[in-house]
Design a protein around this ligand. Structure first.
Ligand code: COA
Length: 331
């Protein structure tokens, strides 16, 4: 075969994460709002979450995760030719982008850098974008980052929201490597449901309206379970795979009950399902790369493993991805 006809595939060649030091436990929240560790644990599975300090911005969390991801890919910052960031809690709400801030932190002055807005599905959207960029030949090494300081857009008087979310960042590098390719990525949205999960301030509201999140949790819950289940079943079917072929299922970490419902639909054993919602809560766009990193550092995610990712978030947006992990094993 003519070598020009060989289609080169994009691969996830490293994964890393950073979490702030400060822990906010359910017991801490009991002192702030009318809630209990028992209620939060039973309804969500969350026990604690991390909170960034006043001096740490989303870009700082993302930069720390990025530096580790670059090192784990055996690259230098100079090798990166694009930075894509998914976040719903950017340093600045219009500009400069968090990606530009991270590029500056890494000393990169002449590369593509931009943010996307796809809420908790952001990292899956980035996988699709980065895959297209490297497979087209337009970029060589794309740094993708999900980073969130959700605490900056949370009203800590609202018990329906403040118990759910946490801060953190996860990052990965996408480069060509057909041995362990990103096999398929599916992304989707339905804007008709926008008002079920949103930030309160819009262009129509006064500047004094708080920026914070609001959610109709019960309605979001039901749609999330159905959408996530259908999405993973469809991506497996489209690629002639069964759930039993998957080495690790790494879902968005929003609520243990949602994760368990999807896991049951797939009939997957516990050791194949990554769960860390109890430690970090919902970190939105950072949730999937943080969960991948947890599995990686525990030695559960290994080079060549077939992994299935699944996410759902505000918009509504949702998506799934099938890939073979292309990074070196954790040591
Ligand atoms: N502590 C104690 N009680 C609380 C509470 C809290 N933190 N938050 C809400 N409640 C109360 C409500 O006021 C309500 O009381 P009432 O019956 O007297 O009116 C009761 O608990 C039930 O509220 P409801 O919202 O129906 O609970 P739920 O079982 O749906 O659980 C969530 C709430 C938020 C945990 C759940 O809906 C959920 O996880 N939704 C999806 C969230 C999610 O994943 N979002 C992100 C998608 S990316």
């Amino acid at each position: 075969m003519n070598s020009q006809n060989i289609v080169k595939k994009a691969s996830l060649r490293s994964i890393a994460a950073y979490v702030p030091e400060k822990v906010l436990s359910n017991f801490d929240l009991e002192k702030i709002v009318d809630t209990s560790d028992e209620w939060i644990t039973r309804r969500t599975g969350i026990k604690e979450r991390r909170i960034a300090n006043d001096n740490e911005q989303t870009s700082d969390l993302g930069t720390k995760a990025a530096l580790k991801a670059i090192k784990r890919a055996n690259l230098n910052p100079d090798d990166i030719d694009a930075i894509l960031v998914a976040t719903l809690s950017p340093d600045y709400f219009a500009m400069p982008s968090t990606a530009c801030k991270i590029a500056s932190n890494l000393g990169l002055k002449n590369i593509t850098a931009f943010d996307i807005s796809a809420a908790c599905t952001g990292f899956i959207y980035l996988l699709e974008l980065a895959k297209a960029m490297v497979e087209s030949g337009s970029k060589k090494n794309v740094l993708i980052i999900g980073a969130e300081k959700t605490s900056s857009i949370i009203d800590y008087n609202d018990r329906s929201i403040c118990i759910l979310f946490g801060d953190g960042a996860g990052a990965g590098i996408i480069s060509l490597n057909s041995d362990n390719p990103i096999i398929d990525v599916h992304t989707a949205s339905n804007g008709d449901y926008g008002d079920l999960l949103m930030t309160k301030r819009s262009q129509k509201s006064s500047i004094s309206t708080p920026l914070c999140m609001s959610m109709k949790g019960n309605e979001v819950f039901k749609i999330a379970v159905n959408t996530l289940s259908n999405d993973v079943i469809e991506i497996l079917k489209k690629n002639n795979l069964k759930a039993s072929n998957i080495d690790l299922f790494i879902p968005h970490q929003a609520n243990l009950r949602i994760i368990k419902a999807v896991q049951e639909k797939l009939n997957l054993e516990d050791h194949k399902c990554v769960v860390c919602v109890q430690k970090y809560g919902n970190t939105s766009a950072a949730s999937i790369p943080m969960a991948m990193n947890d599995a990686y550092e525990e030695g559960r995610l290994k080079k060549g493993n077939l992994i299935l990712l699944d996410a759902f978030g505000g918009g509504f947006t949702w998506g799934s991805a099938l890939l073979k992990f292309g990074g070196e094993n954790f040591s």
